[in-house]
Design a protein around this ligand. Structure first.
Ligand code: AMP
Ligand code: FE
Ligand code: FE
Ligand code: ZN
Length: 275
């Protein structure tokens, strides 16, 4: 148990700051971690700075929300240059689209008679890239719903009263954004929505690997993805998808077994390939 390559912070929808994640990872004796926030690299500098003092390896990463064939797909990027200008430009567009969407949702909630303003939503999000989890938190705080998941059920999930599609890049574009920033592209948690049939399509788009170890992958999924990766010459990665102790799953940090070898292979791949 010494690597965790899928972690969210307050830069997206996690409840721990990058510094808190590093301190917790140190306590748990993790050797390497990847900060992989949704659609933002804003947490990486703080994580890198905190990690130096504690001797933990931080892999700069991202989890890009993407779409293929009308399905939501998450593409992880590892060992990215998080200062890459094209990457930052692509992320800025996503962030602006999220702002517009949050404003639309806030207005929709007002039309339902709820006393909830866009400013309050932005306050809840703080420096983070605003998303439905922030609105859900506010709905709970204001007593409009009895719990976080009920906020999604009643207002925020697809088909609910104030659902709004989020602008995301198609999978091929996400893969090239990651490659242009010198990173390695990985299909995140393919087992979650049973999307194995897409693996070959994404390989044609330049995909470098798949996430095998994930808390919602049962043992047989993990074994299958390791085999698929071996057969198709793909890398494997894995992590806890930790969103901090306040998330519905609790603190997942370090709870998924990820061999150190996974990190060595990522670094070797990056050295040997053109990335
Ligand atoms: P967004 O990026 O704004 O669309 O928000 C996506 C995030 O909302 C996901 O990463 C989850 O953390 C959370 N989420 C999405 N659907 C649900 C749901 N039905 N119940 C609880 N949380 C959810
Ligand atoms: Fe999330
Ligand atoms: Fe994900
Ligand atoms: Zn994630």
């Amino acid at each position: 148990m010494s690597a965790d390559l899928h972690i969210h912070t307050t830069a997206s929808d996690g409840s721990m700051s990058p510094k808190q994640v590093i301190e917790m990872a140190f306590k748990l004796r993790l050797k390497s971690i990847a900060i992989s926030d949704h659609d933002t690299v804003d947490g990486i500098d703080e994580a890198l700075a905190s990690s130096k003092k504690l001797g933990i390896k931080v892999i700069p990463a991202i989890e890009l929300s993407s779409i293929y064939n009308s399905r939501d797909i998450h593409i992880l990027g590892f060992l990215i240059n998080h200062k890459n200008l094209k990457l930052l430009e692509s992320l800025r567009s996503l962030r602006e689209a999220r702002l517009e969407r949050a404003e639309w949702i806030a207005e929709c909630l007002q039309k339902q008679g709820l006393d909830l303003s866009f400013d309050e939503v932005m306050e809840t999000a703080g420096k983070a890239s605003v998303g439905r989890p922030h609105i859900a938190r506010l709905l709970v705080e204001k007593g409009y719903v009895s719990g976080f998941s009920n906020a999604f059920i009643k207002y925020l999930r697809r088909g609910a009263l104030c659902f709004k599609e989020k602008f995301v890049y198609p999978v091929d574009r996400s893969i090239s954004i990651i490659h242009e920033a010198g990173g390695i592209s990985i299909f995140a948690h393919p087992g979650l929505a049973h999307l194995d049939e897409y693996i070959d399509k994404f390989i044609d788009m330049g995909l470098d690997g798949i996430e095998a170890f994930h808390p919602e992958h049962p043992a047989q999924d993990i074994e299958r993805y390791i085999k698929v990766a071996h057969d198709k010459g793909l890398l494997i990665t894995g992590g806890s998808d930790c969103h901090g102790p306040l998330s519905t799953h609790g603190l997942r940090l370090g709870t998924v077994f990820v061999p150190d070898e996974v990190v060595d292979k990522l670094e070797e791949y990056r050295r040997v390939s053109r990335l």
